[in-house]
Design a protein around this ligand. Structure first.
Ligand code: BGC
Length: 627
């Protein structure tokens, strides 16, 4: 029985399209202009048909036709006729698109079917660019100056990863394979108007958040043609979503749809597939597990599921530990480890340790790391990868990013550690549920990360959100930043340990001593909580005062930002409700106007100590270099 399905396309008319899809493939819906023909699609914005129904209906009844796991159909294949330039645009990745648009992200591949003399594409930036420069050029209509123009010819192929700013230039006809998504952020449209005389909507704010500002680097990875029975096969590209091959058929070629479904797009020529005749333009769906036999003389694109998952390393550099984890592009943390920072050492040695930790973990996981994100305490110049100032590692103008890039030979992206943790939580942790969060990390210092109405707020030069360095007490304890009375000097884990040791000195009979094996140097953030659970009064006092300090600071944050939630990160959060319950009570009692109106949730960060790793990875994935 022949289970191969012949597909019927969904045709689109956008302002930049032409008539070549009619000339080349006989696509015709009566309209003069066809911009896109969605050949293989289950996306609700353009379903393609098969038999008397749609491919979408068929897959709903036959989920195993996609692959053995019955995953959602991952791709969309289109023919595109760019009579005019398409807008300069960018697509988000899965994480951003699923959170913001309820759709998939869009990594795509362009296979050039025809190109006029001088035609080309814009693909990424010519050189490393900053968000500021990008926005300025968008504003004054000169963004094209930043873009990398590539002249193209028939048969060329390009992988355009999500986050890469791009535009298909006039005179190109393209076969595009992409994730099943219809999310586009338009940033520049050449000031042209649609048929009704209106400018099309731009989405510059969202685009600016997800653009990869690094110079374009081509990761298409096309191979050479390999001769096989019935023709020659060339790998066009493989990414985590799709693998595309070009078959130059001359004779008989057969294959089994082994790893997943197969989509066949006949780009030129004619012949038959399992006895069904085809001609240029035809598209077929081969269910997973079926075999197909192609006969004839034709150029066919064969697309199936991609297997090339990517891996990123995230480093959370702390005053005490360097924590590192490797996360897959699907968001899975596959290995992690930590080593002491040894913060008194020269920065070169610390950077060497960071680099070898990444290397060791990559080896342990057996993966190749694409890029590294680092969250470091202090003021970070993300654009240049410099730690401008760090109080708790005592650094000034340390070029950590460049140093790591030299050691690791891969892109490295730097941000403040607490900002990274907030990014991690807002994408993958407790913050997913909320629009506005303030994250407070309780470690060697007190870090702050602020996300307001879904956007991270880092302040001028990304030097803001330094919650730890707001005042809790005039002329209070000395802070590592040089000032007295900072919130950090009372609410960090370091401060808690200091408070614990003081009480231990005052109360030699306290249970805290036995917990510390009679050596105050063994005291850590858990000590007073453990001793309190045995009924120790001195420990109870330490915890009570600590929660008071924390409560005062958090109440201030609530009064300034009134966020949906305050999330607490750092090892102390392992105390859970012992810490959170009295803290909530304190804030409820003291928050401005009471918490009857616009209450603020006080929660532990769900990624716990891994929030910084996830956030750093997120940064590396997007390659975002905000300024
Ligand atoms: C630093 C911050 C950092 C925090 C957490 C503070 O002492 O000033 O920049 O985010 O500690 O490490």
């Amino acid at each position: 029985m022949n289970n191969i399905l012949k597909l019927t396309p969904s045709l689109k008319d956008y302002i930049w399209g032409g008539t070549r899809l009619k000339e080349l493939f006989g696509r015709d819906n009566g309209d003069k202009r066809i911009s896109e023909s969605w050949e293989v699609s289950v996306h609700p914005d353009g379903l393609c048909g098969c038999g008397s129904g749609t491919l979408s209906d068929y897959l709903a009844e036959n989920p195993q036709a996609v692959d053995r796991e019955g995953k959602p159909f991952p791709i969309l294949i289109k023919y595109i006729d760019a009579k005019q330039n398409l807008s300069v645009q960018v697509h988000p990745d899965d994480v951003y698109a699923r959170k913001t648009e309820n759709d998939n992200g869009k990594t795509e591949m362009w296979y050039i079917l025809c190109a006029d003399e001088g035609a080309g594409i814009y693909c990424g930036f010519k050189r490393d660019t900053s968000r500021g420069e990008f926005l300025e050029k968008v504003e004054n209509g000169t963004v094209e100056e930043l873009l990398n123009f590539i002249p193209v010819k028939r048969g060329d192929c390009f992988l355009i990863e999500a986050g890469t700013v791009h535009a298909i230039g006039a005179g190109c006809v393209i076969c595009e394979v992409q994730e099943s998504s219809n999310v586009t952020y338009r940033v520049y449209d050449y000031l042209r108007k649609d048929a009704d005389g209106n400018f099309r909507t731009l989405h510059v704010d969202k685009a600016a958040e997800i653009i990869n500002y690094r110079a374009y680097s081509d990761r298409t990875g096309s191979g050479k043609s390999v001769h096989c029975g019935g023709g020659a096969v060339r790998l066009l590209t493989e990414c985590e979503y799709f693998r595309c091959r070009e078959l130059l058929l001359s004779g008989e070629y057969s294959e089994r749809a082994e790893r997943s479904f197969v989509a066949l797009n006949v780009l030129e020529g004619k012949g038959e597939v399992n006895g069904m005749k085809f001609r240029n333009g035809d598209s077929f769906f081969v269910p997973c597990g079926e075999s197909f036999v192609l006969k004839g003389k034709a150029k066919i694109m064969i697309t199936d599921e991609g297997r090339a998952e990517k891996y990123y390393a995230g480093i959370d550099l702390g005053g005490t530990f360097i924590k590192c984890g490797i996360v897959s592009s699907k968001g899975e943390l596959i290995v992690k480890d930590q080593i002491p920072t040894g913060s008194q050492r020269p920065y070169g040695l610390i950077a060497e340790d960071m680099a070898s930790l990444v290397g060791r973990l990559a080896k342990r996981a057996g993966v190749k790391v694409e890029a590294v994100g680092v969250g470091s305490p202090g003021i970070i110049d993300s654009q240049n990868g410099v730690v401008v100032y760090s109080n708790n590692i005592a650094w000034k103008n340390v070029p950590l990013g460049k140093e790591l890039e030299k050691l690791l030979q891969m892109p490295v992206f730097l941000t403040n550690d607490a900002n990274a943790a907030a990014l991690g939580e807002s994408y993958a942790g407790a913050g997913k549920e909320y629009n506005s969060i303030v994250l407070v990390t309780l470690g060697t210092g007190v870090g702050g990360g602020i996300v307001l109405s879904g956007k991270q707020y880092e302040g001028g030069g990304s030097a803001g959100a330094e919650i730890g360095h707001t005042l809790l007490r005039i002329n209070g304890e000395k802070c590592t930043c040089g000032r007295r009375g900072c919130f950090e000097a009372y609410a960090s884990a370091t401060a808690l340990i200091r408070q614990t040791k003081r009480e231990m000195e005052k109360y030699p009979e306290s249970a805290m001593w036995s917990i510390c094996k009679n050596d105050a140097e063994n005291a850590d953030g858990k000590t007073p909580f453990d001793a309190m659970r045995t009924g120790d009064q001195a420990a109870k006092k330490v915890v009570k005062n600590y929660i008071r300090y924390l409560g005062e600071g958090i109440t201030d944050l609530c009064n300034v930002f009134r966020p949906d939630a305050v999330l607490l990160g750092g090892g102390i959060c392992a105390e859970g409700e012992t810490l959170l319950k009295p803290l909530r009570k304190f804030v409820k009692k003291n928050i401005f106007g009471g918490d009857g109106y616009a209450p603020v949730r006080i929660l532990a960060a769900t990624l716990g100590n891994d929030a910084g790793i996830y956030g750093a990875v997120r940064l590396a994935m997007c390659g975002v270099n905000a300024d």
